[in-house]
Design a protein around this ligand. Sequence first.
Ligand code: TRP
Length: 341
Amino acid sequence: MNPETCDPRPVIVTGDRPTGPLHLGHYVGSLRNRVALQATHRQFVLVADAQALTDNAQDPDRIRRNILEVALDYLAVGIDPALSTVCVQSALPALAELTQLYLNLVTVARLERNPTVRQEIQARGFGRDIPAGFLCYPVAQAADITAFRATLVPVGEDQAPMIEQTNEIVRRVNRQAGRPLLPEARALIPETGRLPGIDGRAKMSKSQGNAVALSAPPEAIREAVRRMYTDPGHLRVSDPGRVEGNVVFTYLDAFDPDGAAVAELKARYRRGGLGDTAVKARLEAVLDAFLAPLRERRAALAQRPDEVLDLLRDGTKRAQRLTADTLEAVRDGLGVFTLAA
Ligand code: TRP
C-alpha cells in the first residue's frame, strides 16, 4: 500500500478563494487554527480558484493573479510546506468529477435553503440571475472535503452550513455504497467568534472595504485603526465609554498578547478618562508587532515566485493522486460504470 494512504493522522482540509489578499478575519477564523494543527494533522490547503470563478467568471485574471498572492499569505502566516500540502483546486480534476456525482444527491431546494449561500446571493445582488455554479458551490466544497477524506475543517462560523451539507452528502454516498466509504467531517470554529470589520459590521470582507490585509503596510494599518469604529457616544476623553461592540477593544482582545493590560485599559475606558486616540495608538502598535514579521517573510518569498509555484506544483501533484483514489472509490460505491481500458 502506498505510504500516504496509511498515514494515521487525522486529515484537515480548508481552502480560500483567491479573490484578493487574505486578511485578519481569515487569520482569526481559520488560519490561526491551521498553523496550530499542522504538526499533529495531515493538512491540505486548497487555493480555491475554481470556487472563486463561480462568481467571477467574467474576471479570471483577478483569480489567476491572486493564486500566488494567497500562497504567499499562507507561507507568511506560518503554514509550513513541510507539514501542510498547499494545492490548486482547478488542477484537481477529481474534484470536478466528484462534484458531478454529488450533484445528483442534492436537491435545488436544499441548496437554496443553505443560509450562507442565501446570504451571499443577497449580498451579490444576483436577483434571479444566480450562476448555477454559484448555487452549487457547497456541493463542490463537499467534494473538496471528502476527496481528501477530511474529518476536521477549521473555518469561520459562516462556513458551518457547508460542513453540514457535506455530511448529508457523505451519508447519502455511504448509504448507497452500503459501507462507510467516506468519513463525516467536523467544523472547527473559533470560540472567540468572528472578527468584525473595522467599521463594526459583523463580517470583515475585502469587498466591503472594511478589512485589514495580512500584507498591509504600516500606513494601511494606521489608516485602518484611525477609521476604526469605537463608541459613538464617547465624545470627550472624560466621558465613560462602552467596550462592548467597540471594535478597537475587540481587536485588542484578539491580538494583544498582554491580556491584563487590555483588562486595565477597558476598566479605565469604562470609568472615563481614557481617549480613543490612546487606545488606538496601542492597537496600532499591537497590529504592527503582529504583522511586521509576516510582512518580512512575505517580501522575502515574493522575491522567489518560482519557488512558491514549485511548492504549489508539488502539493498539487500529491493531491492529484489522493483525490483520484477517492474518486475511484466513490465511483465504485455509487455503481458508476467503468469501461475497462
Ligand atoms: N468557501 C470557503 C470560503 O469562502 C473556501 C473553501 C473552498 C473551503 N473549499 C473549501 C473551506 C474546503 C473549507 C474546506 O472561505
